[in-house]
Design a protein around this ligand. Structure first.
Ligand code: URA
Length: 225
């Protein structure tokens, strides 16, 4: 039987990866479990942020070849290129929960916060905090953190704000915990060169804009509200 994920992935252009890592699967299970208390949920999100970032930056983090001197001899080394600007954009609130894990792997990245909120009735997003610079440097590598890609409205708004400021979608990666087809299809049609890493693709978005089975309200569960 052809899986529904396979059929979905055949219809979209952007690249979506679901890394088959046991730690990602484990922490996703912890996050999904309704009996997980808020502090443990927050830890699960930190771990998911760490391991999804680890997978994401594998072929994205800019490196340079150089010669270094070991105590015994000169030898070649592959090092992170400090000249290439690295940026993390957490989508508040819930994206903050993934940021801590991402930052442990990208300590030199600049963090630009973007606060977006969904109208509970129309599900339309609006921006209440925008700390993005007016213009990003060319070649800036951007990692966006947002745990839930449901209808895709918030991420479309975030992408529009970034692209307006010179960000190249081909150098942009998103980490999410659960992604749903409406968001993937919307993002794919506007930003086909984008790459997404997610712990899971769930099929259903309900009338309230929640992913099913999903993990509930990621912001509320992360911050105990
Ligand atoms: N935001 C959430 O926190 N959860 C969902 O399921 C969808 C959007």
């Amino acid at each position: 039987m052809i899986s529904i994920h396979f059929k979905l992935l055949m219809t979209i252009q952007l690249r979506v990866y679901v890394p088959p890592h046991p730690l990602i699967k484990h922490w996703l299970g912890v996050a999904r479990d309704v009996s997980t208390p808020s502090p443990l949920f927050k830890s699960a999100m930190t771990e998911l942020g760490r391991w999804l970032t680890y997978e994401t930056i594998r072929d994205w983090l800019p490196t340079e070849e150089m010669m270094i001197q070991s105590p015994l001899a000169a030898c070649p080394a592959t090092m992170i290129n400090p000249e290439v600007p690295l940026v993390v954009v957490p989508i508040l609130r819930a994206g903050l929960a993934l940021l801590e894990g991402a930052q442990t792997l990208l300590p030199l990245a600049s963090i630009y916060h973007l606060g977006l909120v969904r109208n509970e009735e129309t599900l339309e997003p609006s921006c209440y905090l925008n700390k993005l610079p007016n213009q990003f440097q060319p070649n800036t590598h951007v990692l966006i953190t947002d745990p839930m890609l449901a209808t895709g409205g918030s991420m479309m708004l975030a992408m529009a704000e970034l692209v307006k400021r010179g960000v190249d979608p081909a150098l942009t990666r998103i980490i999410s915990v659960v992604a749903a087809p409406p968001a993937l299809q919307k993002l794919s049609s506007s930003y086909p060169s984008l790459t997404i890493y997610t712990a899971m693709i769930d099929e259903i978005v309900n009338d309230q804009g929640y992913i099913v089975p999903g993990l509930g309200d990621a912001g509320d569960r992360s911050f105990g509200t």
